[in-house]
Ligand binder design. Structure first.
Ligand code: GLV
Ligand code: MN
Ligand code: MN
Length: 409
């Protein structure tokens, strides 16, 4: 059984048109106009194959192909269509459209399956609009309440539930996922790093996904005249931030485990004028590790660093958690299954750890999860240069299709 790569290419090209920053990469924030167009495109394609389309808690989209046996747990396939600011065309989208194509092939060929198959699209995977990652999958798994969703706000102060409503996205099924209802989850994703390309391999099989702790940090000092205030009498929030940011890199570099990474990806300085000492600085901290003990240890070191630096400089600070997802080990059974199917297709595989987060890491607490990686050109991702060869997408989508059929029959 094979996917029709022409259809996948058409889907990727169509969805790639829906960006708020044409010519400057993909900016498709959750529940934005662009997001809605991409979501509607998927809904329309699902309806063409008579999938039963519904919206679940937090705006997760589900397109179901019923199984022949009643009451069997579902085989889920999918990913996300929201993006970072000025990101690429493939992150998430490849997983969604390959899941859609797998469903088309199963319907077109009347492939009998006892288990239901769901094509799913999880909203706000990236956290680009509401500042918290994996929102759709966490809410669906019962880890985020409606109350918590209403406290997630975008830059304009619009909360998650209101933004959903503004797009007329109304959940028809508010039930949370329970382990008994999900047989397995499969996600095809671009690797977002250089490993597969450097080894000339086409298929990565994910064994574990890193955990993440994200924070918003605010340092408060005193805004004052840049010329009239002597150096010894300043409370410069940006100098404090600079000291912290530089030490964050040292802490991650010095960690014995190579899997520790720490990033400051956003910084805002107020009032932001050449002749005014910065009185307030906000920045984000993104800390990841595949080992939960090491992750905690790094967070502890960095929070102590912030406290000490602020004390020494007479600054106050606030540390607000944005995301906290533990590292997960994926199902050994699924790793073997994907490897067997890839081997049958004469494809070499590599077992890999994902440093990037995926909704699959949330599902892994409920069910067996399999993740298939395909190469990213020059390892670029979360940028307009993100690229994966269409031939590689075809190979990955075929492995996804065959794995899904095996699980669902
Ligand atoms: C999402 O892509 C993440 O890893 O933050
Ligand atoms: Mn991403
Ligand atoms: Mn992704």
């Amino acid at each position: 059984m094979q996917v029709q790569i022409g259809r996948i290419k058409k889907d990727i090209d169509a969805i790639g048109e829906f960006t708020a920053t044409p010519g400057k990469g993909i900016t498709r924030l959750t529940f934005s106009q662009e997001y809605e167009k991409a979501r509607s495109y998927i809904v329309e394609e699902l309806r063409k194959i008579d999938a039963k389309v519904s919206i679940t808690v937090a705006g997760n989209l589900r397109g179901r192909l019923e199984g022949s046996d009643k009451g069997k747990p579902v085989v889920m396939l999918g990913s996300h269509i929201d993006s970072v600011y000025q990101g690429g065309r493939f992150d998430g989208v490849v997983g969604v459209v390959s899941a859609l194509e797998a469903a088309r092939v199963i319907v077109d060929n009347n492939i009998a399956h006892r288990y239901p198959i769901d094509v799913v699209v999880f909203p706000e995977e990236e956290g680009s609009r509401f500042g918290s990652i994996l929102v759709g999958s966490r809410a669906w798994a019962g880890k985020l309440s409606l109350d918590e969703l209403s406290r997630l706000k975008d830059e304009q102060g619009i909360d998650y539930l209101k933004a959903m409503k503004q797009m007329d996205i109304t959940p028809e099924d508010e039930n949370i996922l329970i382990p008994e209802q999900v047989k397995a989850m499969l996600e095809l994703h671009i690797e977002q790093s250089l490993v597969l390309e450097s080894k000339s391999l086409k298929i990565g099989v994910v064994e574990a996904i890193a955990g993440i702790r994200q924070f918003s940090v605010t340092l408060n000092g005193v805004s004052n005249h840049a010329g009239a205030t002597p150096m010894s009498l300043r409370f410069d929030a940006l100098q404090g931030a600079a000291e912290i940011i530089s030490a964050v890199e040292d802490i991650a570099n010095q960690h014995a485990r190579k899997s520790t990474v720490a990033t400051v990806g956003f910084l805002k300085c107020e009032p932001g004028q050449a002749n005014v000492i910065p009185g307030r600085v906000q920045f984000t901290l993104d800390i990841r590790d595949t080992d939960s003990g090491s992750l905690d240890e790094t967070v502890e070191k960095i929070t102590t660093l912030i406290a000490n630096t602020c004390q020494n400089r007479g600054l106050t600070y606030n540390l607000e958690p944005r995301s906290d997802t533990p590292p997960v080990v994926l199902s050994e059974k699924m790793v073997h299954l994907i490897e067997r199917i890839a081997r049958k297709r004469k494809l070499g595989t590599l077992r890999m750890i994902s440093g990037a987060l995926h909704d699959s890491s949330i599902l892994a607490e409920l069910t067996d999860v399999g993740m298939i990686f395909i190469p990213s050109k020059r390892g670029r991702s979360h940028c307009p240069e993100e690229f994966t060869d269409i031939g590689d997408i075809e190979l990955g989508a075929n492995v996804l299709l065959e794995t899904a059929i095996e699980l669902a029959t």
